[in-house]
Unconditional design. Structure first.
Length: 80
């Protein structure tokens, strides 16, 4: 399989989703709150240029398990 940047981006995205799902499933387990606690990163650029107006909202909820999922996805990508 040929490696390229798009495949790595796909792996990172899928690893982040897998980590977020695991964090969501483990949220009710006592003693796992340090793994499932999320930090919200929010970015919203906007501009009014008289001809063009845009407003973009991007929010990312990051937990320790989603970071572990990203690291695992990168490791799997490198092993391919």
């Amino acid at each position: 399989m040929k490696k390229n940047g798009w495949i790595l981006l796909l792996f990172v995205f899928l690893g982040m989703i897998a980590g977020a799902l695991a964090a969501n499933w483990l949220k009710s387990v006592p003693g796992m709150d340090f793994l499932t606690r999320t930090v919200k990163v929010h970015w919203s650029p906007s501009a009014d240029l008289l001809v063009l107006t845009y407003n973009i909202n991007i929010a990312l909820n990051v937990s320790l398990l989603s970071i572990v999922g990203i690291a695992l996805a990168i490791w799997i990508y490198r092993k391919m």
